[in-house]
Ligand binder design. Sequence first.
Ligand code: ADP
Ligand code: MG
Length: 618
Amino acid sequence: MAKVAINLSTGSLQQEEIIVGIDLGTTNSLVAYIHPDTRHPLAINDQGRGTIVPSIVHFPAGQDPIVGTEAREYLLTDPQNTIYSVKRLLGKSYQDLGTHAADLGYKVIDDNSEGLVKIRVGEKFYSPIELSAEILKELRARAEHALKTPVNKAVITVPAYFNDSQRQATRDAGRLAGLEVLRIVNEPTAAALAYGIGLSPDEEKTVAVYDLGGGTFDISILRIQQGIFEVLSTNGDTYLGGDDLDRAIINHWAGEYQLATVLFQNAEAQQQLRLLAEQAKRHLSTNDSFEAAFGDTRLPLTKAKFNELVQPLVDRTIASCRQALADAKLTQKDLDAVLLVGGSTRVPLVYDSVSAFFQQPANNTLNPDEVVALGAAIQADILAGNRRDVLLLDVTPLTLGIETLGGLMDPIIPRNSKIPTKAGRQYTTSVDGQVNLKISVYQGERDLVKENRKLAEFDLRGIPAMPAGLPKVDVNFILNADGILKVEAIELRSNTRQEVEIKPQYGLTDEQVEQMLMDSLTHAREDVSARMVIEARTVAEQMLYQVERFVAKNGQHLTPEEITQTTAGVDKLKQALTTQDKDTILKAVDELEELTRPFAERVMNISISQAMAGKKIL
Ligand code: ADP
Ligand code: MG
């Protein structure tokens, strides 16, 4: 195993090559780099447009997407084609989103499956990965423009609680934007690095990172030892942030100045008031009073009133802090520092409340909007080998994973993971009564296993016969410090198990590793398209299977007209499946779903009422 993948992956790394650090945020994104002369991290401000790029993508009809402040203008005038908060959807299925999908201004496709969500824009379907890639492309373009040099490598940050699937989605977005993602770093880790914590090997510290952004709140407790950042606990609220502070102001004004009727009828007035509320909030971070004109109405707000309005929201964040501390089994006195991250920590009440709770002044000396991106730039610099004082760890140079439906690569241990490491995922059968499951282990960065390197294959036999989807098979990858990979598969109901040991680096030269990495970048577009077609086909096939089974079972509850319509929808989907076009396929899936949902609900009600009727009530 090599010391740090950068040596393997970039035999061609030139000393001056720039690796950027990217904060891909829910509300705002930024890109930063280490200035070659000062050696300090700096957020990129291209053409004086500011360092912050709102994470919003607008699709004008028939033209290339627009990202950032310009895209934000369309939130009001063209909400269906203007996508915001896409980070919330990354790596998630429709089921994961639950009721929150309805709150978004654009259309998230309910394909009623556990597959990853898609967003419909006009006649096209986008995955959150593609939409995030648009934001990353914009950041990359700004960096290239400002630095006048090509940018091909990046470190990207994610929340500490992101799971494997969300991290992988972030990597894929980077790759799609033409960036080799050298590492995915936790946002609180990046913040600590920006504050210079964890840069010297003999340092031991415990810190709390309080991050209040636009729509989310995260508190993380980290232990830093010998350059290793361990997340002791995380807590927070994925639906609490600066937007809620704005809403508290709007509600106050609406109540106090009888604005309800104006707002109810007028979307433009709503938006205008929202902007005024945000302006008021920002103003009160450094002033004691604010006043705006809204039509003929004067809208005043004092800092004292604002504090009173948002106190309950701030209290909720403090309750999360208390829980995080308890989960880490620590008290306030164990913390060496409390770091403030996110634009909303500029609110003085937040600063005061956090400092009071942790019994020490919180640290806010760095710009809270930029601190995560600055830390990512420092991490990039470490990976580039520019900081010899920082301890380097063994990492695995290529992704390890297994084959799933349609010949897709499902990554289990991503490349550049520190070793030793352990990771796993749960799988199930796809056919009723299936008793064997083939596990094929691959190495490489491509989306289709046929482009990757096959390491091993074995059958897990003796799974008890059950309907498809019921068996639970855990597949675990354990990579030890010597680079030996143990793959074990366990069917949990019967405790059937099977394992193999492999040496993934055996017979692989540095040049081959480098070639594999290069290929994954040059083929990123076509790979992601191929993956999306396969995923769309899988969704379509499941849908057809379900609808046909449904009609066979419940045909008597449907009118002849409904049956004709359904048959037409099924035929259309089958026709769509003869193409290799994911938009055509997903559109047919979407239509069939819309068509059959009312029947399914009706039949469900019938069977529930029958069940009720059959039940004896004592
Ligand atoms: P995210 O990490 O979720 O992308 P940010 O950290 O960029 O978000 O935070 C954005 C939020 O910070 C917005 O709600 C914005 O209104 C708020 N914000 C920015 N500046 C200030 C300020 N001076 N006072 C209060 N809130 C602010
Ligand atoms: Mg953030």
